[in-house]
Design a protein around this ligand. Structure first.
Ligand code: LLP
Length: 419
């Protein structure tokens, strides 16, 4: 459930009619609903009611906006970060250092040192050399890094190949069969406290079966590690739960996920850690856009909107579906392709889709754009960087400015040795 609903025929974000935001801020613009964000945060936590010891770290890569992070910090969420930049954002948003988990397949030595200096709660080690480097840096700083080893359980997450992470051929973690030996060696290093295991098999999972299979494997690994004398206190189950993008999508609910987790991990006796992203933020945002032109096409017309692949990259990157609805629908429908102004055919949001009839000047939104939306935006084609607005009841505020193409250009220079 979200708080983007029609009132008197006009789509609102909570109590704010979207045409007002378009008028005040211009389009394209991302609009987030605080009430939806808080609701999702609570629903996910409630779903884990039967998990006695837990820690929830929002995967901030999916929406690192400071305003959004502050809302989640107030909900008691920590952060899963994958770069030094994300680490600083989580802290700036008010998340406690000990609630921060540092994931990421290519952490630099400088980032490892930064994590230690900031006193973060946990490092998720991707491979042995990274663990050795972390131990060395921690030792030099006369501290101990709390760490878990990320394993690759070799299961097919059944999601898009570009966002699947748990198959043996993917770059993430160490093979689960090699894990006991690697864990053993890392656990013997001073400077490192190896306290458990992490996994994350992919994103936008629409079935619990691969997650359950992966968790079962990790459960056996935990038992083996304990049998070998290791003290295993934490298991990080990652994120990945899918959300509905199409009106008739029916992914597993957080409650179903929580019940499965509680059942599979019942005897593990560890603190379970979670890194949800999309399931928290996806449906808390829309991308508001204006229809520039409706242009005849060979079969169906093209609806050319002022948002483009640089603002919302998911359709171009993953053939992702984002529902498109008019802000003030007439009730009539049309079949059209929805495209942006960028000069490549990949700048297509939908092909030959039946949508609300729209005309030049109408407003529309792409739904489910709160995760992996603004954060993946660029200025390709020298377009502005898209702004973000957070709505809370009847108030709204720009939580990220539109960065004009001119501001980007001002950061560039022409060498004076080019005459
Ligand atoms: N933990 C780790 C280690 C991750 O790599 C990810 C996402 C998450 C947690 C959060 O996963 P979620 O709960 O959001 O599924 N840009 C792509 C998605 C990339 C996901 C990357 N990793 C998209 O737009 O679909």
């Amino acid at each position: 459930m979200d708080h983007f609903q029609y009132r008197d025929g006009v789509l609102h974000a909570e109590d704010i009619p979207l045409p007002r935001i378009a008028e005040e801020i211009g389009t394209p613009v991302y609009v987030y609903s605080r009430a939806t964000l808080e609701r999702h945060a609570q629903v996910f936590r409630d779903a884990l009611e039967d998990v006695p010891k837990k820690h929830i770290a929002f995967a901030i890569k999916c929406n690192p906006n400071l305003g959004v992070l502050r809302v989640l910090a107030r909900q008691g969420y920590g952060a899963d970060v994958v770069s030094g930049g994300e680490l600083e954002r989580a802290l700036a948003a008010g998340m406690a250092a000990e609630d921060i988990v540092f994931s990421g397949v290519g952490k630099t030595r400088a980032e490892l040192a930064q994590g230690l200096d900031r006193g973060i709660g946990q490092f998720n080690i991707e491979h042995e050399p990274e663990g050795i480097a972390l131990a060395e840096i921690a030792l030099a700083k006369e501290t101990t890094a709390q760490a878990v080893l990320r394993v690759n359980p070799d299961v097919d997450a059944g999601t898009h190949a570009k966002i699947s992470t748990g198959k043996a051929e993917n770059k993430f973690g160490v093979g689960i069969d090699a894990a006991p030996e690697i864990f053993d060696r890392l656990a013997g290093l001073p400077g490192l406290k190896m306290r458990g295991i992490a996994l994350h098999i992919g994103s936008q999972l629409t079935s619990l079966a691969p997650l359950e299979a992966a968790f079962e494997r990790v459960g056996r690994l935990v038992a083996d590690l304990r049998a070998a004398g290791h003290d295993i206190t934490h298991v990080d189950l990652g994120g990945g739960l899918g959300v509905p993008y199409r009106p008739d999508d029916d992914p597993p609910s957080p409650a179903e996920y929580g019940a499965m987790v509680a059942r599979v991990t019942k005897n593990w006796d560890v603190t379970l850690m979670f890194e949800p992203g999309r399931v928290i933020a996806g449906n808390t945002g829309v991308l508001l856009t204006e229809v520039l032109w409706v242009k005849p096409g060979a079969t169906n017309p093209f609806v050319i909107v002022d948002a483009a692949m640089n603002d919302l990259a998911r359709p171009a990157l993953y053939d992702a579906y984002h529902d498109f609805v008019a802000v003030e629908p007439t009730g009539e429908k049309m079949t059209a392709s929805i495209v942006g102004p960028v000069c490549e055919t990949g700048d297509t949001f939908a092909r030959d889709r039946t949508i609300d009839r729209v005309e030049s000047g109408d407003l529309a939104v792409f739904r489910t754009a709160g995760a992996y939306g603004a954060t993946m935006a660029s200025t390709y084609n020298s377009r502005s960087l898209v702004p973000e607005v957070l709505v809370d009841g009847d108030r709204s505020i720009v939580v990220a400015d539109r960065i004009a193409a001119g501001t980007i250009m001002a950061a560039e220079r022409v060498p004076d040795w080019i005459d």
